[in-house]
Design a protein around this ligand. Structure first.
Ligand code: GLN
Ligand code: ZN
Length: 778
């Protein structure tokens, strides 16, 4: 029996195509075309029409590419000028009052004001999208939020594709995930139940659905990724009631609920698979090994299973044979005509197109698949399932996989052995932190409330030019070294004049805190265009860790020694920690993450020991991204924190008591991981503190117990504003009210790389004056 919806589906959705689906696709373009178009528009250098033209071209090329590759279920409305959650906020007309929006269809100016702020009003808050490096704009909702259908983007994108002859699956962020990702607006009680707004937003979802149906859509995809988080019964019930409420509006459509990023808990799986009106479920089977068991043990009959077997979060070529066998086993569960091959999540979390990689050698390239290649993989799997296996394509894939497995570039027995030996045992410094700090103080002789900075100093246009020209071999090594030395000496002089106690060399030789190390470690590869959207127009280009990591030569010793030779004050050696290097890279998928992390830890350990031997007495090992790696599910936190913290300790367990180890973290919400932070056993930790003073510091009271040094940033470096002496003094006093005098350090929030000297000099001057003022009052 074929019901009406299914009939419509076979007739309308890209006929003769095999059952293949893509959850979402990168929007930036293969060469970051959208980024440049956006920035030029924001700068007033181009018009809205120019921007729209770039966007339209990108969308049509993406749709055509997927259609030509043979994809049957092609997503629309996954494009965005800034962020898909903000797009949903626009769709619902949930514009916070401060943007003085007067109703109607939301235009670019209101949209970008919410995203980026404007001359008079600050932007909405941004936060990490689950455990990815993508950041979304957090909706601000309350009992008085007025909702209206204010952005018809989903419908217009659907029609736009249709006009190109491509029938797409419009994608919406599901109503429950939308609310669960929101926060109560300013002034609204924290206890306000965001889910109580379901009744207010569902009517708008119904309007959108009705319009999509009228435009001819036969499928719709609701992304409900919060289903993989730890949800309580009340939250789960919201899913049931939301979709029950939408059921009649959705009738006649095939409805796909898409989940991703982790295993789905058994309770949530039960709720999901009993939602009314839903005909298809999408799962991340890369990060969902247990989900696979749930599916195998029970899958509702007559429903579609969208099996996310191609990894959307990495850059590795799929193991097609393995995926095919998983898919074949799922055919028995869902039925041959109900199984759809898909990606594990939106491909926006991977790089765009391998075609543009001209610097990578052919061997490494053969191991990789970016978004454009993943689309082809999905389709090849779907064809194979349908009995049209492209033998040559599968054979080439198997050969590439075999070459990766056996390549001497991947395996380094010595490193493997050393890393394996670390697992069972513990690594920590022999002496406790209070005794270490005493020993260090005897040598360093620092004043009370020592002042320092986080590492980088402003990176001028001139400095970037020097690095670029050296890389392009336009200037000689001698010229490069002398230019960097000059920069370091300038930075040292400034700090001495400011009378800062523990100096830094300013990191002028570094383009990026991970890339700088990756380029010198073996086992890393770098792309030319492997950009991934981080937020808005901002993209990052993560290194690729493809092999066992080792350190062929010292990486920072020359610069640190040079800098130390310029001053009699202590000069901090500056390293990036193993967990941060791991979390900001594309990591190999042929061994557990912790193995790779231990290998990096061993490499950094060597660097730490060389710095110490070169006479550097203070070494800072940044772990800016330690918290980012925290798994989505609470049940997995302990394991992650255990190996992450262990990796950090491995880097410095071998130094003498008199060597002072600092670490730095760019965030302040430590509440849930405070014990792990303490367990890192650093001598001094500097952290961001621009927002939540009291809460943060009360958490760090615990630090008193073990007595390590703490430097909560005394001013925000993310803003060009120059804090006054009084303001900083006030901050320090507030900290002293909570923390013991002898453990407090005074420093900015983070590195000064993105600031101008005209901001940095007066800000640091005021920081030092404030510190001196308070010292006289102690
Ligand atoms: N040492 C680095 C710097 O100052 C730290 C940057 C960071 O934490 N993101 O730039
Ligand atoms: Zn930082």
């Amino acid at each position: 029996m074929v019901n009406a919806a299914q009939f419509k589906e076979t007739a309308l959705i890209n006929p003769r195509k095999m059952a293949s689906h893509i959850v979402g696709y990168p929007r930036m373009g293969p060469k970051r075309e959208l980024k440049f178009a956006l920035e030029s528009f924001w700068d007033g250098k181009s018009s809205a029409e120019d921007l729209e033209k770039v966007a339209t071209d990108l969308r049509s090329s993406i749709w055509k590419q997927m259609s030509e590759a043979g994809i049957k279920y092609i997503p629309s409305n996954t494009f965005s000028y800034y962020d898909q959650v903000l797009d949903t906020t626009a769709m619902l007309g949930a514009v916070p009052e401060r943007y003085s929006w007067t109703g109607g269809e939301i235009g670019l100016s209101t949209y970008f004001s919410m995203a980026r702020g404007n001359a008079t009003v600050p932007a909405m808050e941004m936060t990490k999208w689950f455990d990815t490096n993508y950041h979304f704009i957090v909706p601000e909702l309350g009992p008085s939020t007025k909702f209206s259908y204010a952005s018809h983007k989903a419908v217009s994108e659907y029609k736009e594709a249709k006009a190109l002859g491509i029938d797409t699956v419009p994608v919406l962020i599901g109503p429950v995930s939308y609310l669960l990702l929101s926060k109560p607006a300013k002034g609204v009680e924290k206890s306000f139940s965001l889910l109580s707004l379901l009744g207010s937003i569902l009517p708008i979802y119904k309007e959108v659905v009705a319009e999509l149906k009228a435009a001819g859509a036969s499928w719709i995809q609701f992304d409900e990724p919060t289903l993989v988080k730890d949800l309580d019964a009340h939250e789960l019930a919201a899913f049931s009631s939301a979709y029950a409420e939408l059921e009649s509006a959705l009738s006649g459509l095939n409805v796909l609920i898409e989940t991703y990023f982790a295993d789905i808990p058994a309770e949530s799986y039960k709720t999901l698979t009993s939602l009314s009106g839903v005909t298809a479920y999408g799962f991340d089977l890369i990060r969902g090994a247990k989900t696979l068991d749930l599916i195998r043990s029970s899958f509702p009959s007559g429903k579609y299973l969208f099996a996310g077997v191609v990894d959307g979060r990495n850059i590795w070529a799929d193991d097609l044979a393995a995926s095919l066998s998983t898919l074949q086993s799922l055919e028995a569960v869902a039925g041959k005509d109900k199984l759809v091959v898909s990606t594990s999540c939106s491909l926006m979390h991977t790089a765009v197109d391998l075609v543009n990689e001209t610097k990578l050698d052919d061997e490494i390239k053969s191991w990789l698949a970016f978004a454009a290649q993943k689309v082809v993989e999905v389709n090849a799997l779907a064809k194979a399932l349908a009995g049209q296996k492209d033998e040559a394509y599968f054979a080439a894939n198997a050969a590439a996989l075999a070459s990766r497995k056996s390549s001497p570039r991947v395996t380094n027995q010595e490193v493997q052995k050393a890393a394996a030996a670390l697992k069972g045992s513990d690594h920590r410094r022999a002496t406790n932190v209070s005794a270490r700090l005493d020993a260090q103080q005897k040598k360093l002789n620092l004043p009370v409330l020592p002042t320092t900075t986080i590492g980088s100093f402003p990176q001028t246009v001139e400095l970037r030019r020097v690095r670029r020209e050296y890389k392009a071999k336009k200037i000689s090594e001698e010229e490069y070294i002398s230019a960097i030395k000059e920069e370091i000496s300038k930075v040292v002089k400034i700090q001495e004049e400011l009378d800062i106690d523990v100096l830094v060399h300013g990191e002028p030789e570094r383009n990026d805190m991970v890339e700088y190390f990756g380029e010198q470690l073996s086992g890393f590869a770098f792309t030319a265009n492997g950009w991934v959207q981080s937020y808005g127009s901002r993209c990052v280009k993560p290194p690729i860790i493809y092999g066992d990591v080792s350190r062929p030569h010292p990486m920072t010793v020359f610069w640190s020694k040079t800098a130390q030779s310029m001053t009699s004050r202590p000069m901090k050696g500056m390293l990036t920690g193993p967990v941060t290097i791991l979390n900001w890279s594309f990591v190999r998928n042929d061994q557990p993450r912790f193995e790779t992390c231990y290998q990096i830890a061993l490499a950094i350990k060597k660097e730490v020991e060389d710095l110490e031997a070169a006479g550097i007495q203070v070494i800072q090992i940044d772990e800016a991204a330690l918290r980012e790696g925290l798994p989505l599910r609470k049940s997995e936190h302990a394991f992650y924190l255990d190996w992450a913290v262990h990796s950090f300790r491995i880097t410095n367990c071998g130094v003498q008591d008199t060597t002072q180890i600092h670490t730095h973290m760019c965030y302040s919400n430590f509440n849930d991981i405070i014990h792990s932070i303490i367990n890192m056993d650093a001598d001094v930790i500097t952290i961001e503190n621009s927002r939540s003073d009291e809460k943060l510091l009360s958490v760090f009271r615990e630090g008193v117990k073990y007595g390590a040094g703490i430097g909560p940033g005394v001013y925000d470096i993310h803003s060009p504003r120059i804090p006054s002496t009084e303001e900083i003094a006030d901050r320090i006093n507030k900290m002293l009210a909570v923390l013991e005098t002898n453990i407090l350090w005074v420093n900015p929030d983070c590195g000064l790389k993105t600031r101008k000297y005209t901001e940095v000099k007066p800000a640091l001057t005021n920081m030092v004056s404030a510190t001196k003022l308070i010292r006289t009052q102690l």
